[in-house]
Design a binder for this molecule. Structure first.
Ligand code: ADP
Ligand code: ZN
Length: 467
């Protein structure tokens, strides 16, 4: 009995139609060159009831471990009047307290880690709101879980050993580069670790190495298309067929454009450094991102009341990572607004899907795939004694790239008509912003009293991008 389900890029017929789930679980993965294979059929097609049991077992084990071995979680659970013995069903997850990014910052750098240092094999970081980054840590098994999750996702699109995956996400402290790298290697694809930038070279490599999939931000994919046109290269005529796109909000309109103009199927990918990194994607039916239930317990809540909302109802995504060792994440409020779809997908996978993210509950901006909080800009600006109280962030999209400009009001005593002095100050502020935010911003210094004042909550961000 085989898991072959049709030629890649054609509509395929899933094995569940051929053999029943119970039988499917007993078969190993079979990969045949050029044909679609399923990475982990046993889990990906697991019937709901078994998934419920598995998820509950994982949840109970994790809550028990945290209650007994982490003073942070023990205190939190005590404050919420809950102990591991109160978790009898999956619905009991709501008894556990929420976690937010604020907790991660407060317990910086490693006070939420729950394993001894010698078990940690990797660190990553994402930018924080106080100028400090948030550090995340991984054990060997955390790295394994992360690549397993994304390996399932990449296989669900039809990628495998015949593919060449160019990773145009940043390698380094950000999770995007290494995340796709490990997963693509795991499914046997050949990886081109291009990282960001040097677009002409990226296009050259697509042509020379027969790249079939590229991991990038959607805006970089569009930019690459423009540069290719300038070079006289039609991406449509290359081997590139899949864009593994995420790390920033994008729309169906943008996907249509990428697909029509570049001939590249745009696959929506999701993850965050707190969770591990990029973890999930749509399958080739492109109808929502599959969130594996053995790895993560997904909830959607009303951000005002904290109560769960039903399938299809819009709310804030809350995630509990069920297998993380070094840096557990329980009922973490992501801030992202989406819906959960629980109907079985046309691909046969039984795990829930999230729809396109339509916004955030907080004021986080995503500039070129990098999270930027206005409070982070404020903190950084105020490390300069010349800066007054008011500033404004203007975000635009030039071509397909995000551009950020920060208008900064100076204190009266710092404002001068000496252009050289002002230029030097502007340079200093600009380079501090760049190193604190990990993304460049143009800086404009303005006279005291010239920026708008607000009676209520200040509106410091003007986002003129259209996605
Ligand atoms: P990344 O390296 O993927 O940017 P971060 O932890 O820095 O990871 O940022 C995670 C945030 O990025 C998410 O909470 C979400 O707001 C945003 N994000 C990631 N992928 C997507 C996506 N496909 N669509 C919309 N927003 C996304
Ligand atoms: Zn699917």
């Amino acid at each position: 009995m085989v898991f072959i389900v049709g030629a890649r890029s054609k509509k395929h017929y899933m094995l569940h139609a051929i053999i029943p789930h119970s039988a499917a679980r007993n078969f190993p993965l079979l990969t045949v060159a050029g044909l679609l294979a399923v990475w982990n059929p046993k889990v990906e097609f697991m019937p709901q009831q078994e998934l419920d049991e598995l998820q509950l077992k994982l949840l109970k084990t994790m809550v028990y471990r945290l209650y007994n071995f982490s003073s942070f979680y023990k205190e939190r659970m005590n404050a919420a009047n809950v102990t591991p013995d109160d978790i009898h069903t999956l619905a009991d997850v709501t008894k556990l307290p929420f976690m937010t990014k604020k907790d991660l910052r407060e317990y910086y750098p490693d006070r939420l880690f729950t394993v001894p240092r010698r078990e940690i094999v990797r660190y990553h970081a994402s930018s924080g709101t106080t100028g400090k980054p948030t550090i995340v840590a991984y054990t060997r098994s955390d790295i394994e879980m992360w690549s397993e999750s994304l390996a399932r996702a990449l296989s669900s699109i039809g990628l495998g050993p015949d593919d060449v995956v160019q990773v145009a996400n940043t390698y380094g402290l950000f999770t995007g580069g290494l995340g796709f790298h490990y997963a693509a290697e795991k499914i046997g694809a050949a990886v081109v670790p291009a990282s960001t930038g040097n677009t002409e070279r990226q296009i050259q490599m697509i042509q020379d190495l027969g790249v079939t999939a590229m991991a990038a931000t959607p805006s970089y994919m569009m930019y690459l298309g423009e540069v290719a046109e300038k070079m006289g290269v039609s991406i449509k005529d290359t081997t590139l067929k899949y864009g593994l796109l995420g790390a920033e909000p994008w729309s169906d309109k943008m996907r249509d454009r990428i697909q029509e103009w570049l001939g590249v199927t745009g696959i929506n990918c999701f993850g965050a450094s707190e969770l591990a990194g990029p973890l999930w994607s749509e399958c080739d039916h492109q109808c929502g991102i599959h969130i594996w239930r053995d790895i993560c317990l997904l909830e959607i809540i009303d951000p005002e009341t904290g109560e769960q909302v039903g399938p299809g109802e819009r709310g804030e995504m809350v995630l509990t990572m069920l297998q993380k060792e070094a840096f557990p994440i329980v009922r973490y409020r992501m801030g992202d607004i989406t819906t959960m779809e629980t109907e079985k997908c046309a691909c046969g996978r039984t795990h829930p899907r999230i729809s396109r993210i339509t916004g955030r509950v907080d004021d986080m901006l995503i500039i070129r795939g990098i999270n930027v909080f206005p409070s982070q800009v404020e903190y950084c600006l105020h490390t300069n004694p010349e800066v007054g109280n008011e500033f404004q962030i203007l975000v635009d999209r030039k071509g397909y790239m995000d551009e950020m400009m920060v208008k900064v009001e100076l204190k009266p005593e710092a404002f001068t008509d000496n252009i050289l002095e002002l230029n030097a100050l502007r340079e200093r502020i600009s380079s501090r912003l760049k190193s604190s935010l990990n993304v460049g911003a143009k800086v404009e210094l303005v006279a005291p009293g010239t920026l708008p004042r607000f009676e209520g909550k200040a509106k410091r961000v003007v986002d003129r991008r259209e996605i």
